[in-house]
Design a protein around this ligand. Sequence first.
Ligand code: ZN
Length: 468
Amino acid sequence: MSKKYKISALLLILIIIIAAIGVYGFSQYQSSMNYTIISFDFERAYNDEDVLTSLGPRLAGTDEEYQGAIYIKNQFEEAGLSDVHIENYEALLYEVNSASVSLVEYLPLGNLPNPLADPIDFVHKMDFVVQGYSGSYAWQSYSDDLEIVDVEDGNDDALFADAEGKAAVVSQEVGVASNTELFFKASDFGVSALVLHNTRIGEEVGYLPISKSTGLPSDIKGYPDIPFFMVSKDAGNQIMEGIQSGMKLRLDFDVTVEERYLRVVLGDVKGTEKPNSYVMLGAHHDTVYNGDGAVDNTVGTVTVIELARQLSKYNPKKSIRLATWGGEEEGLFGSIRWFEAHSEDAQKNCMMYLNFDMNNVDLERGNRLPITVSDNTSIHHMKRISKALLEDHPELDRYDIEIGYNDLKSGGSDQLIFARNDIKAGACWGSGSWEYHTYLDTIEHVNAESLSVGGRIFGSYALYLANK
Ligand SMILES: [Zn+2]
């Protein structure tokens, strides 16, 4: 063989090798493009939504929350998940047994109610909403009626000092302290009742009062035993006018604050090769006390239930764990307590946690469907999954799917404890829920189709991860 032929042969071999590497690389690239896009029966999910919301509010620690947990557990079992069970965690929780608020006219000297004027009775949940961990107040006679003091935005201590033994009204303007700060401050100043006047939140639904909870500072053992509630803009304006004419507040609050059990429901699609490793999908199943919580967060719950049914059709190499959490509204109690109880295992075996909270899109009010994810590789895959989803289902193109980065280490929902422990996390949200934490958060605002979008993106990605 001449030298010339030798070089040609070497070149040919080289070209073959390069081509082979190219083909191999491309096939690898292609196989990474091969996502299984799961199905999602959103009419069935809507049926779950109907069953769960018909239980009424599912405040953590109440019987309704427990009934909801049983329903979820039954659906997990029927879907064929393994290790389906409920875990119970004891936590300081509350229940509003009854509450009434009236504005009472007084005679000019201010020591007797005007017998000719009927009190203005505010409607519980519509005009006022008890705030989480409020104390009780048993009204017995007119001597229990409280003088009212306008403490403006609550930042002026002198105004709070004037409210000792009286009802202090805080206007919820921008820059107002958190519920926790205000509640403990009111207690420190000897205030007898704390009223938040909603002048700012929920313009679209008429500034309704919303339910908000209070956190317990780590150095403090219990909550102040004073009534604590938010009033609508209109009710607050009436109270403010009442101050001018010497009207007083008549309150009767019966609120239980005690250690109770909240529920966490779990089930697995068992991995066939490495069952100890898992990717987790979850949503909180509890609601505020003053509404059905159809969007917050029954939609997330039914998304997880439907994903249990869809994902149980597959036999992934690693496990897929499905969870619904109680106690989210009081401070992410369910997810945090579960994580603490299983922390060693979760740190070692949990590949990623994906959360659904208010993942409903009200198309009459907009089409944003935000998904926030704490690692860029997952964002890359999810974008490709969503592209593949839209190729199969062009009708879903009317949703504006925004997949973006967020470290998820603050605020939000049950992904927090995972993100803070450096486990990859994702959160699927929605948009247009003007009824957030009000009595109007009911099933007629649910767009079941919208649940399928985030459900399929997270569900398909979970399946991809479990097969890697
Ligand atoms: Zn929520």
